[in-house]
Design a protein around this ligand. Structure first.
Ligand code: ZN
Ligand code: ZN
Length: 215
């Protein structure tokens, strides 16, 4: 069953990934989305080729306004044909399987409470990444963000004010967004979530547990 991905990475995240400047947790999440998404994979191919050609020519050509966009569009259509979807077996995309050493059966879940379980991934750097398992119909407690949070859906779906997010969709949350993601009733929802700062929970129960959960 293929789902049309509706929520994508931003150009700035793809550019930063191409340049290799993202913290490891974000880099992993971008790689996982790109492995599921033809559209972002084509964009990334374009950034990779433009970045490579800029590196080869130390003197940058002076670009007319709009010519960068034109160069990007040309590079995108040139790479779109070449990039094939990597084969994915199982629920976890290949970049994630490398981290957990297998698919879902390799994950040691720990309960967070209220129908949510998590597995923190072994990641270096300022940002953290975890897998979240949200029981069908359960909700992640309402929270805001002190930094950036990237949430990539791997199984099932959740709904919040930003819309409905199913396999392959990525939600990009920042300080502006407060949300209460609720999993669909039909299926448990599994997500990869990367954050570069602790969340802001609005109720005191999850707030008390935060240091233990490292969330
Ligand atoms: Zn995408
Ligand atoms: Zn959030």
């Amino acid at each position: 069953m293929t789902h049309n991905i509706a929520h994508h990475l931003t150009d700035s995240l793809l550019m930063a990934y191409s340049a290799g400047t993202l913290p490891e947790a974000f880099s992993l999440t971008v790689a996982a989305h790109v492995s599921l998404c033809d559209e972002c994979r084509a964009c990334l191919g374009a950034y990779d080729s433009i970045g490579g050609s800029l590196l080869e020519h130390s003197e940058l050509p002076s670009m007319e306004p709009g010519s960068m966009a034109a160069a990007l569009a040309a590079a995108k259509s040139a790479t779109a044909a070449k990039v094939r979807a990597p084969r994915t077996r199982g629920v976890l995309p290949a970049p994630l399987q490398d981290y957990v050493g297998g698919d879902l059966d390799a994950i040691k879940w720990r309960p967070v409470g209220l129908g949510v379980r998590q597995a923190i991934l072994p990641i270096q750097g300022v940002a953290t990444a975890r897998l979240l398992h949200i029981r069908a119909g359960a909700a992640v407690p309402n929270h805001g963000h002190r930094g950036i949070e990237l949430t990539l859906v791997l199984q099932g779906a959740f709904v919040d004010d930003g819309g409905r997010f199913a396999r392959g969709d990525i939600e990009i949350a920042d300080e502006e967004l407060d949300h209460t993601p609720v999993a669909d009733d039909a299926e448990d929802c599994i997500c990869l979530a990367a954050t570069d700062a602790p969340l802001r929970f609005s109720s005191w129960v999850p707030r008390l547990a935060q240091p233990f959960l490292r969330i």
